[in-house]
Design a protein around this ligand. Sequence first.
Ligand SMILES: O=P(O)(O)OC[C@H]1O[C@H](OP(=O)(O)OP(=O)(O)O)[C@H](O)[C@@H]1O
Ligand code: HPA
Length: 184
Amino acid sequence: MDQSDVGNDIEKILLTSEDLGKKLDEMAARIDEDYAGRDLLLVGVLKGAVMVMADLSRRLHHPIAMDWMAVSSYGSGTKSSGVVRILKDLDTDLTGRNVLIVEDIIDSGLTLSWLVSNLRSRGPASVEIASMLRKPDAAQADVEVKYLGYDIPNEFVVGFGLDYAENYRNLPFVATLAPHVYGG
Ligand SMILES: O=P(O)(O)OC[C@H]1O[C@H](OP(=O)(O)OP(=O)(O)O)[C@H](O)[C@@H]1O
Ligand code: HPA
């Protein structure tokens, strides 16, 4: 992909870097307050959550541990398959831990609903979710999210960790892509 063409690929910016930063500030303040005096393990879901994890964790004053999981539900396209596979499991024993799953997006909700029940089965003290984005109109599973950035329309988006065919994750904003990117 020719990186000089990225600007042409963007259709509309839905959330600016400032919008994202503001929500991260709010989320971090709430998490600091809610977990005061308690152990906290942040679990990032690779790869999309990398930006949220980096930016959220650096705003926290609370001491945290961090671990990562990789699961696959999307392949390389724009639709969830609904079948979740663990590609990389946690290194951490969750027994008695307060787990906060950090995600970039809840789309159909299938990934997180599967992940929450998987992690709950490992004996943690608690499991909660922080997600920067959610698409309420795409929900196919009930997911209770404690810390949410923004609800967005049911459109495929990229940036701030989110990719299309592994591209655009590094964009500092959240945007939709021009139809020509999909071959339209
Ligand atoms: O609510 P859902 O419809 O299940 O979609 C959400 C999941 O999809 C994305 O991951 P993806 O499988 O694209 O992998 P990636 O994080 O490596 O991009 C995203 O990071 C979530 O994990
Ligand atoms: O809208 C999206 N964009 C990129 N990756 C995704 N994974 C789930 N939904 C999305």
